[in-house]
Design a protein around this ligand. Structure first.
Ligand code: AMP
Ligand code: GLY
Length: 421
């Protein structure tokens, strides 16, 4: 089977690594890929947000199966175009990907099927939005309605902060993503991510994780795309998992199907859990990054079979072979991230960290320059290890991090603190 993965981050390196474990994969192309992916698969330069370009590339390369990593191609309709062209694809159509691309779409979906989530208001003008903030008080959460690369959410501690956030969004801070504002009740509790494959009607849970969004240890400082993750999430016990499936996932999936926009792909269910009761924070229409790295090292070769079963509507008969294992990913980022950072610093030491079934250094923002591996993005490496328990996974992953020779790299020493305390 010829497989094409779209994307070029740590998530896509992990997807490529898992797909290559499976003997069904004859040829793997990753577009655009990165320096780490180029070490294990073919890479290609391709306009991955251009549906027609992707369809043509798939045809020229006799691609049998496409895995869409990031949200932008989903929002652009790459899934739709591939399906129309008869190519099997893992990733929802654009109308179902609205669960990620429009926050108010998901709030309204939850209303329609009774899924528990924060109370909210949606506004297209500043003055009623400001009235709503003043009436509700703080803490309160202000969000740009559209896709804002994970930056469009402001958790305001005070009414003044919320007012500034509303004004900034309507002043165009997030461009078109801020044409509407969603203002939500602040939910207390512990967050976890739940990953569920959906084939339109059937659902199959494939793992849980928790990530660390803040740059600083102790969960301080500005938000990032994620500085580390571990799987499974201890808070997602059987009862919470069942409640999330029955009260949130199944009703929303059924409502999307009823509307004629069935969801097919992985549904990333971001939850807030308090007193054993999960509520929905957000859906994403893709795997999380870096959560995917921790999930893929646990799933290995079966990830391909599961994604194919999902794409072909066979989830009712699919099963996950669970090992009783734990995984942790530590992100190494360029100094300055998530603000301005320099590119081009040389990364050494990776030759001692050969990939095995229990440790892999996934690359995110790397490139080769004059034969040397250099940093080429904000999040640069996703160092990942698996163990019998989370403590062992942590020991292994930090031993790997310490073996990386990259003085310009920054990382958190406390990934997993909540689960290990
Ligand atoms: P989102 O992009 O919607 O996931 O929001 C980013 C982060 O903001 C989440 O992971 C939460 O930590 C926080 N957040 C979003 N909405 C809420 C809410 N209603 N209550 C509390 N925290 C929230
Ligand atoms: N790590 C969070 C995300 O991928 O959205």
């Amino acid at each position: 089977m010829n497989i094409l993965i779209l994307g070029g981050g740590g998530r896509e390196h992990a997807l490529a690594w898992a797909v290559l474990q499976n003997p069904k994969c004859d040829r793997l192309i990753v577009a655009p890929g990165n320096a780490g992916i180029a070490g294990i698969a073919e890479t290609a330069s391709l306009a991955i947000d251009d549906p027609q370009a992707v369809v043509e590339f798939a045809g020229e390369n006799a691609v049998d199966f496409v895995v869409i990593g990031p949200e932008a191609p989903l929002a652009a309709g790459v899934g739709d175009a591939l399906r129309r062209a008869g190519v099997s694809v893992f990733g929802p159509n654009a109308d179902a990907a609205m669960v990620e691309t429009s926050k108010s779409f998901t709030k309204e979906l939850c209303d329609a099927c009774g899924a528990p989530t924060a109370a909210y208001g949606r506004f297209t003008q500043a003055s009623p939005a400001l009235d709503y903030v003043r009436a509700q008080g703080a803490p309160i959460v202000v969000k740009a309605d559209g896709l804002a690369a994970g930056k469009g959410v402001i958790v305001a501690e005070t009414v003044d902060q919320a007012i500034d956030a509303v004004r900034d969004i309507f002043d165009g801070q997030f461009g078109d993503a801020g044409a509407a504002v969603v203002i939500e009740e602040f939910m207390q509790g512990e967050e976890a991510s739940f990953f569920v494959l959906v084939d339109g009607t059937d659902v199959l849970p494939i793992g849980t994780a928790q990530d660390h969004k803040r740059i600083g240890e102790g969960d301080t400082g500005p938000n990032t795309g994620g500085m580390g993750a571990y799987s499974p999430a201890p808070i997602m016990d059987a009862a919470v998992t069942e409640a999330a499936l029955e009260q949130i996932v199944r009703p929303c999936v059924a409502e999307l199907a009823r509307r004629g926009t069935p969801y097919s792909g992985v549904l990333y269910v971001g939850l807030m859990i308090q007193d054993g009761q999960p509520r929905l924070v957000e859906f994403n229409a893709r795997f999380g990054d870096p959560e995917c790295q921790a999930l893929m090292i646990r799933l290995g070769a079966q990830a391909l079979d599961l994604m194919q079963a999902c794409a072909e509507g066979r989830l009712a008969d699919a099963r996950v072979n669970w090992a009783d294992d734990h995984a942790m990913t530590v992100v190494m980022a360029a100094e300055g991230y998530p603000g301005d950072y320099a590119k081009g610093s040389v990364i050494g030491g990776l030759e001692q960290l050969l990939a095995t079934s229990s440790q892999v250094v996934f690359h995110a923002g790397t490139a080769l320059k004059d034969g040397k591996l250099v940093a080429n993005g904000g999040r640069v490496l996703s160092v990942t290890a698996r163990g019998d328990d989370l403590r062992q996974a942590r020991e292994r992953v930090y031993a790997m991090v310490d073996a990386v020779d990259w003085p310009e790299g920054v990382f958190r020493r406390d990934i997993g603190w909540r689960a290990l305390k």
